[in-house]
Structures are given as structure tokens and as C-alpha cells.
Design a protein around this ligand. Sequence first.
Ligand SMILES: Cc1cc2nc3c(=O)[nH]c(=O)nc-3n(C[C@H](O)[C@H](O)[C@H](O)COP(=O)(O)OP(=O)(O)OC[C@H]3O[C@@H](n4cnc5c(N)ncnc54)[C@H](O)[C@@H]3O)c2cc1C
Length: 485
Amino acid sequence: MGIRTGTEFRESLRDGRTVYVNGERVKDVTAYPSFQGVIDTLAGLYDLQHDPTTQSLVTYPSPKDGKPVNLSFLMADTPEEVEQRWKCEEFRAETTFGLMGRMPDFMNALVTDAAAARASFGQRNPQFGENILRYYELCRDQDLCLTHTLVDPQIDRSKGPGEQAAPDAALHFVKETDRGILVRGARMLSTLAPFSNEIWVGPFYPRKPGEEPYTLCFAVPMDTPGLKFICRESYNAGRNQFDRPLSSRFDEEDALAVFDDVEVPWERVFINGDIDASNYVLGKSPGYALLQATVRGTVKLRFMAGLACYVADAVGRSTAPHVQAQLGDLIAQVEVANGLLHAAARDVVLNRREGGSLRALAAALWVFIPQTQKQAAEVIRQVGGSGLIMTPTAQDFHNPEIAPYLEKYLQGKNLQAQARVQLFKLAWDMLGEQFGSRQLQYEWFYAGDPLFTRSRFYRSPAVAHYKAMVDCALGNTDSAKRDKS
Ligand SMILES: Cc1cc2nc3c(=O)[nH]c(=O)nc-3n(C[C@H](O)[C@H](O)[C@H](O)COP(=O)(O)OP(=O)(O)OC[C@H]3O[C@@H](n4cnc5c(N)ncnc54)[C@H](O)[C@@H]3O)c2cc1C
């Protein structure tokens, strides 16, 4: 099949899947009003693959038959190939301003990572390694869109899944069947679920001995019997693009994934009870998904820096030295992110060649990008002041009784009132509304528990090297001498 068009993508969502929103079962997600904007955005991404001006940037010839397939499936080895991935992902992230963390590119990259690490999936049962490779080829050749879900329900985080008052709440293995395995329970979250063709259930947090029934990795189509998705309230309440410039187009949705006795056929099982494989497979992958996420996060920072500068211009503050310093500080952080991309791409090449570490990628994603997004939001809030709040609607500008007042009193230093209000609406959609608040929450929790991800750096081998420098300065060649025993 190869690359799909936007129309084919849209059609593929009419498959009888079970999706609930706001208390109602949505029979056809493509007809649900709140979903229209984001489906259009995703369909546009699929169409880019067919546009003669962009096709060579976003596709590559399939190793199977030479037909174009999405470039985020490229198993890149050389610096040039990794750069090809990066340029494609950058271009596609720019079309959504970095605001859709789980655009299809992310899971395309993750499935490619998994296929590259197939030996680890198959360490106990080689068939599972074979299954992951076949699944990667299926996703690539059919241009599928995936959602994924990695984390047990939050119920009581001081306990493992088996120690909960309801030990059957977290997704777990029930029994083997003639065709595969039966699973039951829930996982969260599942971003992009209503707009995906398949769900990937993967390993993430380390599992402990005794948690074998919860140690699973598999993928099934969205219309699999027993599979249900309960979505959060949509942040697109049907407002026009003037009033909600971002949430009307980029609300990618999040859902609770419920598995009510779902049968997973053997060919779709990648891990079943193998704690070693589950805990280490992600670390054995080249890091394509982390690179995609770093590229996408950096694009978002660039967008927010541009927004901060425009807001300052609009209120005539960009000439003030302290505001220039604030904006300059933010732009310098974005330059650091741009530089990190080079280090991240090098990480992927080294990791693919000789199994190196992904420290630059991890630092960018787990620490730097969320922190800088927070800083960007803070700068926009400070510079924007009340302008972020005083934003009448498109309808107000159409009312001749009040439009002249708005034109006069809401104009900016260099902008007509409508353009100024639209800019501030965009900024408020980005920061203050449900959509904007989720953007920050998303980035903080992107890579898991933020305390855990940060403390991992403290436990990294780099610490010994940094401490050794202090020893050297103190003249201690033998650091053990200093320690009390
Ligand atoms: C917008 C959004 C979209 C998401 N999309 C997806 C998705 O598509 N797929 C997916 O699989 N997951 C998704 N996630 C879930 C994400 O993987 C989790 O948020 C992340 O793994 C953290 O888990 P948690 O949210 O359950 O937080 P928890 O693990 O419950 O952590 C909550 C807080 O508890 C703190 N904490 C941890 N240990 C201790 C301790 N010992 N003492 C005190 N405090 C502690 C943590 O530092 C953290 O601040 C999404 C999350 C968000 C917010």
C-alpha cells in the first residue's frame, strides 16, 4: 500500500472502534464535531507525503518494493541518514508548531526503534523478535497511525500493580487461548487514541520479580473486540480559528485505554512475562523516538520564542532594555536546544554503531525542553500583561455598535486591533486555556516521572568524572582517603 492520503487516513478511522467522549459513545469519530480540527491537521500531514514539493523530504523508497514510505520508518545508521530523519521530523513538526507531541511520527520512530532492538525482544522466545520486525514492516507498508499506552492506572503509586486494592485494575495477562493471549485491565494515558489505527502497549517503568503478569508488550487494531477508550473532555469546543487559533486544530486528545478481555493474537505479542526484556529493550534501541521528540520539542520552543517577541512588539515593550534581556535569555536557551539537536543526532549514530548512551537526548528531553517551555510561558505572561485577558471574540468585531471602540482601544503599537487581539488569543490558547495548560503538563511528564528522570542523571557515570576533577583540585589522587570508613 505505501503512503496514504489524508482521505484514506480519514476513512480508516471509520472502523467501529469503541470511543466515549463526554458520556456518549461516538459511533464515527470522523463526524464528531470536536474532533474535526485535529483530523484535518492529521489528514494534512498524510497529504504532505503526496505533494511533489515535499515528497522527497518526508518519504524514502521502501526496501521491500521501492515505493515511497514515511521517512520516520527509516532505520538510519549513518550520520547522513540520521540527519535525513531529523530534517523530515523538523519539517513535519513545524507544520504543527511542535504542539502535537504524539503526531504519528513519534510512534513510527518508536516502532522502528523496537524493530532495531528485536534481538532483545526475542531473547527468551525468538518468535517475539520476529513478530516485532513483521509488525514494523506492517506499520511502514500500510502507513498506520499508532497510539501507545505505557503506564498502569495511577491509583496508588506507593504500591506496585499487584499490591493495589484492586490488583486486576492494571492491564495484565489472564490466560493463553488457541490464538494468542487474553488480557484484562487498563492503561493510561493513550494520546491520539481516537485518531489512530492501532494501539501499542509497551514497556516503560521497570517491572519487579512477581510482576510478570503485568509485563506485556503487544499491539492490536483499535476496533479489536473488548478494547474501549474513554476520552477526556475535548479542548476544542467548536470555536473558530480566530477565537481559538491552536486548540481548534491541534487538540490531540488523551484517553484511558480499557481492555475488557481482549484477545491478542500470537503474531502481535512482543513480550509476555519476560521482565528482563521489558526492563532493557528501550535502552537497547537506537533512540529514533527520542530524537523525534527532541526535534519536536525544540520546534515548540522556537515557536514560543517567536510568540514572546511578537507580544512584546505589540505592546511597545520590545525596545525596553530589560525586556530585550528577558527575550534574549529565552532566545539563547532556544539556541542551546538547537545545539543539542546536533549532539542528539550524534548520540543516535553512536548508539546504533556501538551501543553508546543517549545522554544528550535524554538531557534535552527530560530536563531542558520542559524547563525552557516553562520559562517561555513565564516571559509571555509577564510581557503580555492584561492584553492576554482582554480579548473579545470575532463576533464582537462584527458588531457595528462596539467594533469602532475595539478598533480604537485595542490597537497595538504596530497592529490593528483585530490582529493584536488574534495574537493575544493565540498566546492565551498556548498558555492559559485548557489546551495551553496541558501543553506544559505534557512536556513535564513526557518522559515519565520528572523526579525519577532527573535523579537518573545523579546516578550516571558522569558524576564520578566530575567529582574526580574536584579531587584533582584538592590534590587527592586517592578519593578513598577522604571518606570516613
Ligand atoms: C498530557 C499527557 C499525555 C500523556 N500521554 C501519554 C501517552 O500517550 N502514552 C503513555 O503511555 N503515557 C502518556 N502519559 C502518561 C505519562 O507517561 C505519565 O504521566 C508519566 O509516566 C508519569 O506517570 P503519572 O502521570 O502516573 O505520575 P506519577 O508516577 O503518579 O507521578 C506523580 C508525581 O509523584 C511524584 N513521586 C514519585 N515518587 C514519589 C515518592 N516516592 N514520593 C513522593 N512523590 C513521588 C512524581 O515525581 C510526580 O511528580 C501522558 C501524560 C500526560 C500528562
